[in-house]
Design a protein around this ligand. Structure first.
Ligand code: MLT
Length: 327
């Protein structure tokens, strides 16, 4: 008899849980959603996040509020999402630092895979090496020579150890065999402000924030950080044109939720992301910044899970080999 009672209780509990999840999915979303962008306002991450927050709130019919809890290369904001209730009302938009921070920070309070559920990939985008406007090099070859001759006297801004701008800076220093004086910021938005003010010398950043001030003559671009020139800056050479190898970086943003969000809610979020990457307005806005929205088949959990594994296996180990540690 006792066994029957226990089985009945277990069945009743399971049915209650199922009906609670179903009810949640049927009413989701019934209040504003927070989308974490763990870098400062004004940078490429913030720009991309706001494009998707705007597009996805149209799809979901609910306001999406961007939270820029920044610091420690995005790991502070990311930790906040890892601790959030897995109910679909707290999301994380992040890129390569979700992979690299594990290698960078010994006391990270989360694991990038175990503590998050991937929703899907969002964008891909190149990077460009820019300087203050009065940087004393007339072209890419002179820029390379000047860095090699003056390394430690030159300041390199980035968004924190393990960030995309830091990774690009590391690859550039390794490729040129120079050591620059690293200046970390909470995002490349504030870094760009100091670059335009002449307080720092060099920055490698994504194109969404750099192409407009280059075109406005506020900063100088010396090279695309890869093998190809940039659509938005066709006159700027690729770094490989100066014979520099080992600097080829592309930054991909993806959307995550804390581990444990009910599958029906995750399915709604994935569908909203897929419709957003397919949205002509989203594609045109990103394209105008030199960034590509992924195709809908990439805006899915398995694609983001595979990409994160690739970045952990490649870029995380690159930093470890370089002996880079944040704390
Ligand atoms: C970086 O990794 O450099 C960040 O994306 C910069 C930012 O978005 O502010």
């Amino acid at each position: 008899m006792k066994f029957q009672t226990n089985r009945f209780r277990a069945l009743a509990a399971a049915m209650l849980c199922f009906s609670a999840v179903t009810a949640t999915a049927q009413t989701y979303p019934d209040r504003p959603i927070t989308m974490m962008m763990p870098y400062a306002p004004g940078g490429p991450g913030d720009t991309i996040t706001r494009v998707f927050a705007g597009a996805m709130q149209k799809q979901l019919g609910q306001q999406i509020v961007v939270d820029n809890t920044a610091g420690a290369s995005g790991s502070i904001g990311t930790a906040k999402v890892a601790r959030a209730k897995p109910d679909g009302y707290t999301l994380l938009m992040i890129h390569v630092s979700h992979a690299t921070n594990t290698a960078m920070y010994k006391n990270l309070s989360y694991h990038p895979v175990d503590d998050f559920d991937p929703i899907g990939r969002a964008t891909n985008g190149p990077m460009v090496i820019v300087t203050r406007n009065d940087f004393p090099a007339k072209d890419l070859n002179e820029f390379v020579s000047y860095l090699k001759a003056n390394g430690p006297k030159i300041s390199l801004a980035h968004a924190g150890v393990g960030s995309a701008s830091h990774l690009c800076g590391l690859m550039m220093m390794s490729a040129l065999n120079v050591k620059l004086n690293e200046i970390p910021y909470k995002g490349t938005g504030p870094a760009l402000t100091d670059l335009m003010g002449g307080q720092v010398d060099v920055l490698c950043d994504q194109t969404s924030g750099t192409v407009p001030p280059v075109k406005a003559g506020k900063i100088k671009a010396y090279a695309a950080a890869g093998k190809s020139r940039l659509s938005g800056l066709p006159d700027v050479p690729a770094i490989t044109e100066a014979g520099v190898q080992g600097l080829d970086i592309n930054i991909s943003f993806g959307l995550y939720a804390p581990k444990g969000v009910p599958k029906p809610v995750m399915d709604q979020l994935t569908l909203a992301l897929q419709k957003s990457v397919a949205d002509p307005d989203v594609r045109q806005r990103l394209d105008s910044m030199g960034i590509s929205a992924v195709n809908p088949d990439q805006a899915r959990p398995e694609a983001l899970r595979a990409h994160l594994k690739y970045e952990i296996d490649t870029l995380g180990s690159l930093l470890t080999k370089a002996g880079v540690k944040a704390n």
